[in-house]
Unconditional design. Structure first.
Length: 155
């Protein structure tokens, strides 16, 4: 069994702490925001919630650390580099409105991505959303090649 240290977990939409001091992003896709129509409802849009809860900075810092080999998941937690690194996605809808957050993770070179799903219907919804995010070229490249970069794993 591999144990992952808290510092190697990235909560792209924030997290709620036991005391309720941290926030979580659960808003409407920012693609739909129109400053003339939605100024009264800005707090419901993801881009504003990301700013409010500082999730943008957190996930970008995490990606930079991974690109530079500062994160590794081997069983000793002592190696450097990306040879034992991977991305696991749990409980995320992969909704296309999160394209700006998900794409940097999916595009990390030489780092596999494991997407966990509950059942066949859930997997199909995730696949459709992933297709919308990646487009058919990258979808085929990342999922259908001999050693696929992105793999689905049933929970």
């Amino acid at each position: 069994m591999i144990y992952i240290k808290d510092k190697n977990i990235c909560h792209v939409h924030g997290e709620i702490s036991k005391d309720g001091s941290n926030g979580i992003v659960m808003g409407v896709g920012s693609d739909f925001y129109d400053e003339h129509k939605h100024d009264k409802y800005v707090e419901f849009f993801k881009f504003y919630q990301c700013y409010k809860h500082s999730t943008n900075k957190n996930y970008l810092d995490w990606i930079d650390r991974l690109k530079n080999g500062y994160i590794s998941w081997d069983t000793t937690f002592e190696s450097s580099g990306t040879e034992n690194s991977f991305i696991s996605i749990f409980g995320h809808s992969l909704d296309p409105t999160d394209r700006n957050i998900l794409t940097p993770f999916l595009d990390l070179k030489d780092i596999p991505v494991y997407i966990y799903y509950l059942n066949d219907m859930n997997r199909f919804e995730l696949e459709k959303n992933l297709l919308k995010i990646l487009g058919k070229e990258l979808f085929s490249k990342y999922l259908a090649e001999k050693n696929p970069k992105i793999q689905f794993k049933k929970i």
